[in-house]
Design a protein around this ligand. Structure first.
Ligand SMILES: [Zn+2]
Length: 138
């Protein structure tokens, strides 16, 4: 009797995963208790940084300073490819203000990229035409 093969299998295949709905539950609790968006530890609204993972909670739950916004928009307009990443970073945050800033930054980056490409294209076309003229004229 060393092999108890008649025993029922204690781990059947079709057990539903209890972790499946945990993400949705966290969102529902958001009204009364704030949670860090990164590590999901409970935090207080007056915290500047998450004590567990160091996420900048002031940007998540509080306001984003005007200078930070100006910096992001400035990068988006004048350094188009670089503005895309802070835009996405802010867009991913649960804070609606951060989301809005992220969307604006992404749109500005997009528009600025189009203008930059258009200018470079126009410049190179002018250059090519000048080159062609000087070649054929020679
Ligand atoms: Zn955290």
């Amino acid at each position: 009797m060393e092999n108890n093969s008649s025993q029922p299998i204690s781990n059947p295949n079709n057990v539903p995963n209890s972790n499946a709905g945990s993400g949705a539950l966290n969102n529902q609790n958001n009204q009364s208790q704030l949670f860090c968006p990164v590590c999901h530890q409970p935090v207080k609204p007056e915290y500047y940084f998450c004590p567990n993972c160091g996420e900048n909670l002031k940007e998540v739950f509080g306001g984003i300073s005007v200078w930070t916004q100006i910096g992001i928009y400035f990068i988006s307009v004048f350094l188009p490819p670089l503005g895309f990443w802070p835009g996405v970073k802010y867009f991913m945050k649960p804070n609606p203000q951060a989301k809005k800033i992220g969307i604006i930054a992404i749109v500005l980056t997009f528009l600025s990229s189009i203008i930059t490409i258009w200018l470079i294209y126009g410049e190179s076309m002018t250059y090519l035409n000048t080159l062609k003229q000087s070649l054929t004229g020679f």
